[in-house]
Design a protein around this ligand. Structure first.
Ligand code: FMN
Length: 187
């Protein structure tokens, strides 16, 4: 009988003030027995270090499109193929805009464009940024393309405002990803 392999999650982390919470999320995913490959954007790395995510996922963190893959392979394409689920948590307004427009100028964008795995987006941003028609138009496009959303939650934001924009709690993200992983492995 074929051995059951662990679900492979590609976890994109972008430049939101909530990026430090990706550490708890990565750790919870690893504790689930999932194989977690983290991607950190350049601005994400201003909020959390690649070392933190590498230590928690027990794997190198992808930060550049230009890193050399194993045996000269293109690691963004390997990551895209490997993923059972791609999760972006937190996802900035800018990341949602780039993704809605299919921009592949960084390793996360390239993976998002190349992957056929289900996508989970976990937005985190200021309430006005979330409510802005530009962001809402991007949300609509991404939803029409099949993106799954967890959050944003409502409450007090880092900027001091109240409203929607908080990154969803880790347990809620894990539950959302788990549903997709289960559906995939049932196929
Ligand atoms: C202190 C600080 C906090 C920020 N927090 C957020 C945030 O929570 N959500 C967001 O969409 N953008 C936030 N930004 C703006 C993003 O960092 C900026 O749009 C960046 O270009 C996003 O890059 P990335 O999506 O490639 O990681 C913040 C900027 C600063 C300086």
């Amino acid at each position: 009988m074929a051995e059951k392999r662990s679900p492979c999650v590609v976890l994109g982390v972008t430049g939101s003030i909530a990026a430090f919470r990706a550490a708890d999320l990565a750790s919870a995913m690893v504790q689930k027995g999932w194989e977690v490959h983290a991607i950190l954007t350049g601005d994400g790395a201003r909020f959390i270090t690649p070392l933190t995510l590498a230590a928690l996922t027990h794997r190198p963190v992808h930060t550049s499109l230009w890193e050399e893959g194993e045996g000269g392979r293109m690691s963004h394409l390997d990551l895209a193929r490997l993923a059972d689920v791609v999760v972006v948590a937190p996802a900035t307004a800018d990341c949602l805009a780039r993704t809605a427009h299919g921009m592949a100028g960084d390793v996360l964008g390239a993976v998002l464009l190349a992957s056929q795995a289900p996508l989970v987006l976990v937005p985190a941003m200021n309430t006005q940024m979330w409510k802005h028609p530009a962001t809402q138009a991007n949300v609509k496009v991404l939803t029409q393309r099949g993106a799954n959303w967890v959050g944003p939650a409502e409450g007090r934001l880092a900027c001091g405002e109240e409203g929607p924009g908080r990154m969803a709690p880790v347990e809620q993200i894990i539950a959302g990803v788990e549903r997709l992983v289960r559906t995939r492995s049932a196929k």
